[in-house]
Design a protein around this ligand. Sequence first.
Ligand SMILES: Nc1ncnc2c1ncn2[C@@H]1O[C@H](COP(=O)(O)OP(=O)(O)OP(=O)(O)O)[C@@H](O)[C@H]1O
Ligand SMILES: [Mg+2]
Length: 415
Amino acid sequence: MDDVLLYGNESEESDKPPSCKPRPVRPWRVAVVANVRGEGTIPGSGPEDAGAEFDKMETIQAIQAAIQSDGHHTVFIPADINLPNNLRDVVPDICFNISEGLGGDGREAQAPALFEMMHIPYTASRVTANAIALDKTLTKRIWRDCGLPVAPFQEFSTGYEQIDPTLRYPMFVKPAREGTGMGMGTQSICYNSRQLRERVHWIIQKYNQPALVEEYLSGREFTVGILGRTDAAGFSLHPEYYQSDGFHRMPVLEVDNDNSITPGVYGHDAKTLVVGEAGVPDFICPAHISASFSRTLQNLAIRGHQAVGALDVSRIDFRCDGEGKPFLLEINSLPGLSPGFSDLCVIANAESVSYRDLILEILYLGASRFGLVEKAIDNQPEIEISLPMPGVKSHRTARVQSRQSLSLRARTQLR
Ligand SMILES: Nc1ncnc2c1ncn2[C@@H]1O[C@H](COP(=O)(O)OP(=O)(O)OP(=O)(O)O)[C@@H](O)[C@H]1O
Ligand SMILES: [Mg+2]
């Protein structure tokens, strides 16, 4: 428990009449589980940018403040090797998970796997989706199989494999399982086999993992935030966010890399700059694109999110080819939540969704999957049940809408 920071806000349960909004039965003890920069060690001998995706303490505190403002108690637990013991000590009702994990091929799935093993509810995607999303090659194979547009690609494990003769230069080389633009910059664009081999070997050696080679997409770059699930409105503090399919279509963000420190590439150096600093890309949200193109990107993003089994929240990156055709690059099943900085927060801000609302939506959607939220009556369409009618042989259908039946449904069907 030594390195667990407590930010308690014990408050009395209110005796207000039931609200039409979904409500937890009581205030929750929420553990924000994260890896924080500069705290803890990463096992093994990683590259110097290992842990670049880790969060700042201010991000954890901002998430805690948002959750506490809804009446819950919060605690920060580092996602390190002491996580199992600390979870046992804290006994959270739910974990708000933003942990990147510590090394290995499925590190973003480490904490969720532990939550599952310990039967602790948690937010956002589950184990398999987090592991798949971290693996860009695997993600692209699934998307290709689903008929979603991805740039032609090849994965290199040794660097000595024969280069697929159908791939066209220039090609783009990146680590298969990193984020935050790690290992990516203008040198990632290769114009011939000599450059390609060199870069592939550099990635394999430096990041100790396969290199993913894709055809270079020279067009505009967009990123699309996803929030929701088919039954999201029933558990949301803002049911008006969600369309009939249960998803909230956030405005498309364009990342214009023309004047960035890494021109043409939203690489690691560009990702560490704050708006206003020299060399930062231009962020345009909503992007200056037609309504129909925006809709196309949003719908492709939802299909990409569903194809890998992501849940409740994600961010999907796109790049267009020279003709303006969009291709899915990758999915971030644990998108950055650094207020005012991370792409998803910039997107939410552009549509006047406050940071607090964004965090609480993710929390409520996660909690509802474990029956921690009583479904809102207002947001619930009538449901049909079959009842045996006395004296009648056949079953009759009755329409019911009672708090008791709805909350029971929430508890039993949404795990
Ligand atoms: N095939 C490609 N063609 C052109 N540019 C590419 C391609 N793949 C990646 N890029 C550039 O590199 C950037 C980072 O790539 P990608 O999104 O795959 O990595 P990431 O590090 O996982 O990003 P994130 O920080 O979003 O997790 C992209 O935003 C884009 O600018
Ligand atoms: Mg990306």
